[in-house]
Design a protein around this ligand. Structure first.
Ligand code: SF4
Ligand code: SF4
Length: 384
């Protein structure tokens, strides 16, 4: 009869399919991960509370994490609420995504200074911190893979993204709950973290089951006070993720979605959604895969110093499609249609995958509660 509580020799597959051992780290021992990471030169970015939302920012200790808080989400709705336990990662996702750090919302990419002998041009030195991202969800790992393809897989590699991404350590956390806005199961992206991380955590009531998938991850795990996870702890960890998967109720039917959307560019639903959409661009700002930016030259008052600034932009902004004296998409209908068909259809042609990972942010943070899963379902309906 096997001892159920004995330390197990069973190894879980890592992100490359290699076997690895899962360990248990008690919550008090987990607190030292901040010192370990800081000692290795990492700036730790993780969940924290700001302006009544869970956002990603620099975290220096366990006290900075949203212990005992959760989020309630719906279409056009996001509220923080107290939990009846002290979970550190007992929320889903907030308005921020990791793109804030890998693809900064604003940065100066070039400068020009007027001198006696003419203009001198410079590229400012980009010296980002070495990031450790703590609390990355499965859908966010998928979103990083999407942005990796956009910024690093083509002939033109974005140097700012590449530098930040290649030095980043990823500490994933399996979801313990899903919001009504989540549909990761439809997109095949969650809630279980399966690849793309250095360490993966599952939070139990008194600590974490942790698996390392890379040498960096193993090294960090070895510096935490841990022991091999027991059969019971592994069972509990599996149940945590299973519970989150069962809570995902929202569905997006992705069957032939590219062809369905392209075949319905004149569907009356585009007029219907245009009546509700404010063209505010919130959905693109919170989306972890949206990557559009624009550059502008900004001069100081003397006209001696000019900066070329790159800023996030959005296909919902009126002048985003301005060219040669005119705006190509001058109606909300055409802009919403562009966003949805790019995200779910032409993205597949461009990058070989959907541009949506099912995180639900665009549903929660749309001020009028527009839900892309509902819009797609309506477009699938035949027109009379
Ligand atoms: S869909 Fe919602 S969030 Fe997006 S632009 Fe329209 S109103 Fe704003
Ligand atoms: S389109 Fe919406 S649900 Fe899909 S990844 Fe972007 S924010 Fe998340």
């Amino acid at each position: 009869m096997p001892n159920e509580n004995a330390a197990v020799s069973k190894r879980l597959p890592d992100s490359d399919g290699n076997p690895q051992q899962s360990h248990f780290v008690a919550t008090e021992a987990f607190a030292s991960i901040f010192e370990v990471l800081q000692g290795k030169g990492y700036t730790v970015i993780g969940p924290t509370i700001d302006q009544h939302a869970i956002v990603y920012d620099q975290v220096r200790s366990l006290q900075d994490l949203p212990q005992g808080w959760t989020d309630r989400q719906g279409a056009g709705e996001y509220r923080l609420e107290r939990r009846d336990d002290n979970a550190l990662f007992g929320y889903v996702v907030g308005p921020h995504s990791w793109k804030h750090f890998l693809f900064p919302p604003a940065m100066t990419v070039a400068t020009a200074d007027k001198t006696a002998s003419g203009w001198t041009f410079q590229t400012p030195e980009d010296d980002p911190p070495k990031y450790a991202f703590l609390g990355v969800r499965a859908c966010e790992l998928a979103a990083m893979r999407v942005q990796d393809r956009v910024f690093m897989a083509g002939p033109y590699v974005d140097p700012a993204y590449h530098q930040r991404r290649s030095g980043a350590l990823i500490i994933a956390v399996n979801c313990s709950q899903a919001a009504p806005t989540c549909f990761c199961t439809s997109m095949g992206t969650g809630p279980q973290c399966t690849s793309g991380f250095d360490l993966a955590l599952t939070e139990l009531t008194d600590g974490f089951v942790i698996a390392a998938a890379t040498r960096d991850g193993e090294e960090i795990l070895s510096e935490l006070k841990s022991r091999p996870a027991t059969v019971e702890e592994l069972r509990q960890a599996a149940a945590v993720t299973q519970r989150a998967a069962e809570q995902v109720e929202r569905r997006l039917d992705t069957t032939n979605i590219r062809d369905v959307l392209f075949a319905n560019l004149d569907h009356p639903r585009w007029d219907d959604v245009a009546q509700r959409c404010l063209s505010c661009a919130n959905c693109t700002m919170v989306c972890p895969t949206c990557f559009c930016s624009s550059v502008q030259e900004v001069s100081d008052l003397s006209g001696q110093h000019v900066e070329r600034q790159r800023q996030w932009d959005s296909c919902f902004n009126f002048d985003f499609s301005y060219m040669n004296g005119g705006v190509i998409r001058d109606t909300t209908r055409s802009r919403y249609r562009q966003w949805l068909t790019h995200k779910l259809a032409s993205w597949i042609d461009q990058f070989g995958s959907s541009g949506c990972v099912g995180c639900g942010r665009c549903i929660a943070w749309c001020p009028v509660g527009i839900d892309l899963t509902e819009e797609v379902a309506a477009i699938r309906e035949p027109t009379s």
